[in-house]
Design a protein around this ligand. Structure first.
Ligand SMILES: O=C(O)CCC(=O)C(=O)O
Ligand SMILES: [Fe+2]
Length: 368
């Protein structure tokens, strides 16, 4: 007799209602990925992607291949990874960010210092893209690893590769220039993140000015943030104002990271963004997040691309590299993960609200 075991039922995570508050929203462009299936179609989108990346560093993609049902299911699994796994099991899979410089495993709450002695209330589970199916993961997640792996594969080939092609074209490079250096054939700090943001006690909100995750730029090549209704993410505009990011149903927000800044000699700049306390009507709701961070292979040297006429022409006014040695994606990522959110004394520019530190020979800024 064969016994067929059914996978356990993952409780449905009911998303919050969208906020009724009239917040100061960012005006972000939406790119229709259904038009990007052919080379000709992609050609028609290059200018739009170029302008959005150049002006905001952020854009929404819509009409990608992820269905609303799939999206909802992945949010359920994201919540499940935090809500349905025992503390003991989480402890077994806890990440070792300070020593290993990688976001693999659980990040417990209060690991990062935010401001004024307040520590984060963010719990994450990070899965490297090469270790989803074959890696070791908490017991409750094991029945779903194939499904999660398929999702990561789908968004990588559909969304990441399309945006990489459009960026390559905008730099007058062969459209496949970035594809192979981001694929699964070699080690890279590319990972899917399941995350819950929990509210802080009132007195902590006062001390940290309601900031849940300090203003920063992502160090990788591209980040995908799967849109969800709790308003909390803000981006800094070119003239230094924080604007809220509005939820787009089934939308995926893409932002460029520092690796693109280095590879383009500063032609494209990563966007400064932060996470803060949601508006009043959403404050009793856990904010469940789903993100995909894509890095180049560890051995890719982050130097300006010599083959791109755009990079060669439109260099940077201010290089953040403090010496003339370019780090590899692996070295830089590792140094960033190790250094992030410690309580070390940073050089402060109180007037501008910016803290500075040097990581892997690169000047890094934290925005309050
Ligand atoms: O949760 C979000 O909306 C953004 C998180 C973020 O910026 C990050 O984890 O790097
Ligand atoms: Fe980020």
């Amino acid at each position: 007799m064969t016994i067929i075991t059914q996978p356990p039922v993952v409780p449905h995570f009911v998303q919050a209602e969208t906020t009724k508050e009239n917040l100061d929203w960012a005006d972000l462009d939406a790119v229709d990925l259904s038009k990007a299936k052919t080379h000709e179609g992609r050609k028609g989108l290059v200018k739009q992607v170029h302008d959005a990346m150049k002006n905001d560093g952020f854009l929404f993609v819509t009409n990608h291949s992820v269905t609303p049902q799939q999206m909802s299911r992945m949010f359920d699994l994201s919540n499940y990874a935090v809500d349905n796994v025992s503390d003991e099991e989480k402890q077994k899979y806890v990440g070792n960010m300070r020593e290993n410089g990688t976001y693999r495993g659980y990040k417990p709450r209060k690991f990062w210092h935010i401001a004024g002695g307040v520590r984060d209330q963010i719990e994450q589970y990070n899965m490297n893209f090469r270790e989803i199916k074959d890696g070791t993961h908490p017991e409750p997640l094991r029945p779903f690893l194939s499904e999660i792996d398929d999702f990561s594969d789908q968004i990588h080939s559909d969304i990441i590769n399309t945006i990489l092609r459009l960026i390559a074209m905008s730099l007058e490079l062969d459209e496949d220039y970035f594809i192979q250096m981001h694929d699964r054939s070699a080690n890279a700090e590319t990972f899917l993140r399941f995350v819950n943001y929990f509210p802080h006690p009132e007195e902590e909100e006062n001390k940290s000015g309601g900031v849940w995750l300090k203003g920063h730029t992502d160090f990788m090549t591209l980040t995908l943030l799967f849109s969800q209704p709790v308003a909390s993410l803000q981006i800094m505009t070119k003239d230094g104002q924080w604007k809220w990011v509005k939820h787009v149903e089934n939308g995926v927000l893409v932002n460029i990271g520092e690796a693109i800044e280095f590879l383009t000699g500063g032609y494209y700049k990563p966007t400064i963004h932060r996470v803060r306390q949601p508006p009043l009507d959403q404050q009793n709701k856990t904010r469940v997040g789903l993100l995909y961070f894509c890095s180049a292979h560890d051995d890719v040297v982050l130097r300006p691309i010599a083959e791109s006429p755009v990079v060669q022409k439109g260099g940077d006014s201010e290089s953040r590299l403090l010496d003339d040695k370019f780090p590899t994606a692996g070295e830089y990522g590792k140094a960033r993960v190790m250094a992030y959110g410690g309580t070390q004394a940073l050089k402060q520019d109180v007037q501008k609200g910016i803290d500075e530190e040097v990581v892997a020979g690169v000047l890094l800024r934290h925005y309050n």
